[in-house]
Design a binder for this molecule. Structure first.
Ligand SMILES: Nc1ncnc2c1ncn2[C@@H]1O[C@H](COP(=O)(O)OP(=O)(O)O)[C@@H](O)[C@H]1O
Ligand SMILES: [Mg+2]
Length: 438
């Protein structure tokens, strides 16, 4: 698993989170450092007054009342007094700045022999020694007297602030990100050849400018598409009509020994007509047709195959069970006729077609026993106007496979020109089986 997220949103949120945590910890440190001295001095002050009071009580009380006095101190204030021995070694004091400051202050106020400990005779608490004449006493105070009441509370508040700041950061970044996401989606659509709807030109200036530029670009592309379609429709009409008239005139001409010539001209006219058809198909805005959900690809293939067999061509079809697919029916028919025409034209007299499912995709294969296409040229042949040298002497435009490739990609699929087992070409179209939203 990759921990560094891929989206702008989460990267920014993570970065802000890191910054906040660092800032927070820094502040905590600064706060602790600046607060430690006043807190130690305040604690020392408290201890000093307790010790002074205790000592005064001990000194002034009659010896008979001392015991009762000590008991009362213990009960009311949680303060206990033990007698000690000046010769005994000082219990160790943990090396902490807070305690050092406190000890220093205690010695200033109570005399240089004052000792401070956190544990003595196995009892934990704040131990402070004092002297009356040469006798030593220890006062034991509960530790809560010198400790910060709830250190954890600070961490809790800190965490709360952090979480709030993070939620804020997430909302801010998500807000900035939304138009970007919309733009990305539109750019993807445009990249596939579809026309995205105009995106909203709102938000901060940079985003607005970007959206505006993108909308302009998309509109330009669409306008060019439309103009191109218009131009080609015009060309088609203006070329095909006279062609049809010439063909008709030829039929009506009697032969007078020029039947070869007539057949040749008829053939040429047919080729020109086919070429015009190819140019039109290639220039057609490809997403013009709407998607028909739940199309039966097998039935579609079967219908096209029957058209060929009616004209006496040998096209055999082996269907396999397929899921229903969202397809553009006319485009798919065009894809199939281009592949079958190629197989008959460049390949051989017998064409095999099969369909099937392979993992998550549906495939359609058009196979022939011709010369095939060398692997090194396969990718290139999908480009418009490219043809193998061997095909130069025959009619054709070099647009057929480019049209096939475009239609396949429009359906989120792809075309592969593979060598067929035992010789020939296997033109394979792979389409995703799972229906995907456009
Ligand atoms: N089934 C096939 N067998 C052998 N070569 C093929 C086959 N299909 C296409 N080709 C080669 O790919 C080239 C490009 O095909 P295409 O784009 O349909 O153009 P066209 O058929 O107009 O020449 C063809 O000129 C031919 O050289
Ligand atoms: Mg072709």
């Amino acid at each position: 698993m990759r921990l560094w997220p891929q989206t702008l949103l989460w990267r920014t949120v993570l970065l802000i989170a890191a910054l906040l945590v660092v800032a927070h910890l820094t502040w905590l440190q600064i706060f602790r450092a600046s607060e430690i001295e006043p807190r130690a001095l305040q604690a020392a002050q408290q201890v000093v007054s307790v010790v002074n009071l205790t000592r005064a009580a001990l000194v002034t009380a009659e010896p008979a009342r001392r015991f009762a006095l000590l008991n009362e101190l213990a009960e009311r204030e949680g303060i206990q007094v033990y007698s000690g021995d000046p010769a005994e070694a000082s219990p160790p004091l943990p090396e902490r700045q807070f305690l050092r400051i406190m000890e220093r202050r205690l010695r200033q106020d109570l005399g240089p022999q004052t000792r401070l400990a956190l544990e003595r005779e196995g009892i934990k608490g704040v131990w402070v020694s004092f002297r009356i004449d040469s006798e030593e006493f220890w006062v034991l105070l509960p530790r809560s007297r010198i400790e910060r009441n709830e250190p954890l509370r600070w961490i809790g508040w800190g965490a709360l602030v952090l979480v709030l700041a993070l939620i804020g950061a997430f909302l801010v970044v998500a807000r900035i990100n939304r138009p970007l996401r919309e733009l990305t989606r539109a750019a993807e659509q445009l990249g596939r050849g579809a026309t995205p709807p105009r995106i909203a030109e709102t938000g901060p200036v940079e985003i607005r400018t970007l959206a505006h530029a993108f909308n302009n670009m998309a509109a330009d592309i669409q306008r060019q598409d439309e103009e191109r379609a218009l131009l080609l429709a015009g060309v088609s009409h203006d070329l095909r009509t006279p062609l049809a008239r010439i063909r008709l005139a030829l039929e009506m001409l009697d032969d007078r020994g020029a039947s070869d010539l007539k057949a040749g001209v008829t053939q040429d006219i047919g080729d020109i007509d086919t070429a015009i058809g190819q140019f039109l198909d290639f220039a057609r805005p490809i997403d013009a047709e709407t998607v028909t959900t739940d199309t039966d690809l097998n039935a579609l293939v079967q219908a096209v195959v029957e058209r060929y067999t009616r004209h006496g061509r040998t096209v055999r079809f082996t269907p396999a069970p397929l899921p229903q697919l969202p397809l553009r029916v006319q485009a798919m028919q065009r894809l199939l006729t281009n592949l079958i025409d190629n197989a008959l034209h460049h390949g051989g007299d017998v064409v095999d077609i099969s369909t099937g499912v392979d993992g998550k995709m549906t495939y359609l294969e058009v196979l022939d026993r011709g010369p095939g296409i060398p692997e090194a040229d396969a990718e290139r042949m999908l480009q418009p106007f490219t043809r193998m040298d061997s095909a130069r002497s025959t009619s054709g435009t070099g647009l057929g496979l480019a049209i096939v490739d475009r239609i396949a990609r429009l359906h989120r699929g792809m075309v592969k020109l593979l060598p067929r087992q035992g010789g020939g070409l296997c033109a394979r179209v792979e389409l995703p089986s799972a229906p995907q939203a456009e």
